[in-house]
Design a binder for this molecule. Structure first.
Ligand SMILES: Cc1cc2nc3c(=O)[nH]c(=O)nc-3n(C[C@H](O)[C@H](O)[C@H](O)COP(=O)(O)OP(=O)(O)OC[C@H]3O[C@@H](n4cnc5c(N)ncnc54)[C@H](O)[C@@H]3O)c2cc1C
Length: 495
């Protein structure tokens, strides 16, 4: 039986491990953290659970290959309660309010009522949201191995998705915002994605909701990561936690195995690096082995950027009128570094009673942090006290805004935790603290990089950084693709 070592127990590494175990390989995953899951995670503070991933689960609706794969790996299982995301998000500001609902007709009619002058832009938007509902994640084989026939089998996807992409070619989220006359709609479409992102990304995310997906499994992200790790272990896989890998051991064109940070060497027939791509090619493998396509994304800062967020989680000592969803509102603003964030957003976790203590409310606020902001966080983190003080200051400002918007919370909000881009870099070796992959701007195309290392015959890549802007489905698909490549080499069926 051939042995495969996987570096990183994120969803991508675990998905690769599950497929390989099922296909008859012996696999072991080495993970630096004490808990598997990587960015798919959550933790407790003061006994209260803080979720830190699934805001929307793509392909949560039955019927697609990806949904089938969610069941295969344990992300979902029959009988597991799902919390419905009937509301994508709500925005209140500029004297109005709009809710992007799963119900497209209602949302469209609300938008038209709010701004009849925007009819043309609204019609175009919904026409393309409908097209984008055909979006699927091909799983049968890596996309670079797909031929015309494979693409033909994708049916509506192959017809509708490129049409929607074409309709918004060269249009950023900021341009989409500018295409509306209504100040409410202008602001609303800027809430969920960085401004320079292609407008299509926003359309696709909303289409995920209108197509009936985006629901959240009970227990949130940590429970999902635990189910996936359990599925892998049930199949005979071994996860070594607290086991950071120093590098892949290379001899000519072959990897002999891995070397752990403590100097232990482990031999293998194949190695999959399922880690952040920058970490892979600055620590695990020689930097000159980085695939050209990937290097282009890292080098071309004009067209490919990354982002992170400042987060704060709060416990409120009462039930509130805050909707159990994602909501944004116009406020007097919070100053972080040089920027005042006027429109602020919050998630209220009341929808899942298994994570919300009785009679209380869990809230989370997040603020986008881009290149310069991220640099400042890394600089500040060198002084622990100043770093903590800055986080606490922002969290206090957030509390004031929540209390103003929802007066019933006054004096009842406690900070559970605060975290920054630095936290992601420390925890998952995430490049510049980014927890998603590259944001391609409107003048370029999103890039998918085949997970192969040209110079090495038995090393494959997985992880979200190989596919577009990342996220759970791309990360998971890349894990499957890495397993597929090994099965193909060995001439065995990929199960
Ligand atoms: C706040 C937040 C919200 C999100 N919301 C969503 C959402 O709603 N929907 C969605 O689809 N996606 C969402 N995502 C993104 C999603 O979490 C990621 O795309 C996905 O989890 C990435 O998986 P991965 O396996 O590629 O990488 P990772 O999760 O980063 O896994 C890599 C693993 O490798 C380990 N590692 C790194 N270096 C080493 C080393 N040297 N040795 C051993 N182990 C190592 C890391 O610790 C980590 O466990 C969100 C993420 C965050 C943080």
């Amino acid at each position: 039986m051939k042995k495969v070592i996987i570096v990183g127990a994120g969803i991508s590494g675990m998905a690769a491990g599950i497929v390989l175990q099922r296909s008859g390989f012996e696999t072991e995953i080495y993970e630096k953290n004490p808990v598997p899951g990587g960015e798919l995670t959550g933790w407790k503070r003061d006994g209260v659970y803080i979720d830190n991933c699934i805001d929307y689960l793509m392909c949560s609706k039955k019927g697609s290959d990806m949904n089938g794969f969610w069941h295969d790996i344990g992300m979902l299982k029959d009988g597991l309660k799902m919390y419905s995301k009937d509301v994508f998000f709500t925005y209140k500001g500029h004297g109005g309010e709009i809710t992007f609902r799963r119900d497209k007709e209602r949302t469209k009619s609300d938008m038209l009522k709010l701004s009849p002058d925007d009819k043309e832009a609204i019609d175009k938007f919904f026409e393309n949201v409908t097209r984008a509902e055909s979006m699927i994640m091909p799983l049968s084989k890596p996309m670079d191995k797909m031929g015309l026939r494979d693409f033909m089998k994708l049916g509506d996807f192959a017809k509708n998705v490129p049409a929607a992409q074409k309709a918004y070619k060269g249009v950023s989220v900021k341009d989409l915002s500018d295409s509306f006359k209504s100040p409410v709609l202008k602001s609303a479409v800027l809430m969920t994605h960085p401004e320079q992102t292609q407008a299509y990304s926003f359309i696709m995310s909303y289409a995920m909701c209108t197509s009936g997906s985006g629901d959240i499994p009970e227990g949130g992200s940590l429970a999902a990561a635990t189910r996936i790790a359990d599925r892998y272990k049930e199949l005979g896989g071994k996860i070594h936690v607290n086991a950071p890998v120093k590098n892949v051991k290379i001899n000519g064109k072959i990897a002999e195995g891995i070397v752990l940070e403590d100097g232990t060497e482990v031999k293998a027939d194949y190695v999959i690096c399922a880690t952040d791509a920058n970490h892979t090619f600055t620590h695990l493998l020689p930097s000159e082995y980085m695939p050209k396509k990937l290097k282009k994304c890292f080098d071309d800062h004009e067209h490919f950027s990354v982002f992170s967020k400042f987060h704060a989680a709060f416990l409120v000592d009462c039930k509130t009128s805050i909707p159990a969803d994602t909501s944004f509102w116009e406020s007097e603003g919070i100053k972080v570094w040089d920027k005042v964030h006027k429109d602020i957003g919050m998630i209220c976790y009341d929808y899942d009673p298994t994570i919300t203590p009785e009679g209380k409310t869990i809230l989370q606020m997040k603020l986008f942090q881009y290149a310069d902001d991220v640099d400042k966080w890394f600089e500040l983190a060198k002084d622990r006290e100043a770093y903590e003080a800055k986080k606490n200051e922002i969290a206090s400002d957030m509390i004031k805004l929540i209390e103003k918007q929802y007066p019933e919370t006054e004096g009842k909000i406690h900070v559970l935790d605060t975290w920054t881009p630095v936290s992601y870099a420390k925890k998952c070796n995430a490049y510049r603290g980014a927890y998603m992959a590259f944001v391609a701007d409107k003048d370029t195309k999103t890039v998918t990089t085949p997970g192969v290392v040209k110079q090495l015959k038995n090393v494959f890549l997985a992880g979200q950084w190989l596919m577009g802007s990342g996220g759970l489905p791309p990360a998971t698909a890349q894990g499957k693709y890495a397993a597929w490549r090994i099965c193909k080499k060995e001439g065995v069926e990929c199960k």
